[in-house]
Design a protein around this ligand. Sequence first.
Ligand code: ASP
Length: 378
Amino acid sequence: MLLDQYNIIKLRTAADEDCKTSILVIYTGGTIGMDYDENGSLVPFDFEVLLEKVPELTRFKFWLTMLVPFEPIDSSNMGTEHWLSMAWLIEELYDEFDGFVILHGTDTMAYSASAMSFLLQKLAKPVILTGAQIPISAHRTDARENLIGALEIASMQESRQQKIIIEDGSEVIKEQNVALVPEVCIYFDNLLLRGNRSKKVQTLNFTAFESQNYPHLAEAGIFINYTKSAILPIPRGNLDFKSAMDDNVILWKIHPSMNPKYYLPMLENENLKGVVLESFGSGNIPTEKWIIDVLEKITKRGVIVVNVSQCAGGYVLQGHYETSHALTQIGIISGNDLTSESALTKLMYLFGNYDNRTEKEKIIELLQTPLCGEMTLF
Ligand code: ASP
């Protein structure tokens, strides 16, 4: 999705001549942008008439530009190419805008938010993903609140004393306006969550997302209350855009009574570079010989296997039970409290940017290092 695949719409807001804040909204698709046609079917909504549906937007005191793709997609069809395109758009337009809001389907929003956090490292501006459970055109839509909240957060700045590097290379302290939330986040139903800690947890209620291993970054009520201690600091240096991902990675969910006949061909595929092993509880798997044998065989061959829990909260503690003891011995990496979404997209990012044959140790080191707040070190 590059720039010429979008319609660019500048919305009329209450920004005056002196206003220096501008926000970019990138629409991608999903329920939020749907409308009912005469037969009652959901079809893409015409964003040219967004102000009719959300007139509150005219009251914002910042500039608002929208990128509307000619072909919006259901987020079930999102993948590495879309994540790279979205991250590329943000890097291209980074200096022109102070914050970014991405309107996205809810189904894979947590994957996209995780992926974007790895692709946009040293991010100093907010990138807020939001969507809706009910289309923007419906009476009881949650899209309006989600969009307005996301925009407000994306535009929030505060004055701070910052170290600035000047032309001769020396550092000076200056008072500067900086973003309050310099992170990739999901804002949904009054909660602001770190993107790479989020999971979709509901298909029916409005509270569709949670981040059970990390505090909410903010909660919106009468005021928006930010938990500043949980928000990433403003990074030093420039945005570090990563332009590659590699999808030779699988997510392997462990379940009772696994039949090797189906799983062995998948794990023994010679192109496989990484496995996210979704284990039981605190990192346990059945002690059946074929499972340990195949994991040992592929790790010896150079495949990187990271162990994450199927549970929505808590973390992996390899060796706590006999059923996870062997995993450490055969070189399986503990993913601590990484979500599956984060582990999968982190591996895709690492294999896209480092060579798994010559830089395996580096990949393992980065996998075990929090790069943008995605995991806790115990
Ligand atoms: N299937 C839709 C999507 O993820 C669901 C939604 O937007 O809530 O694109």
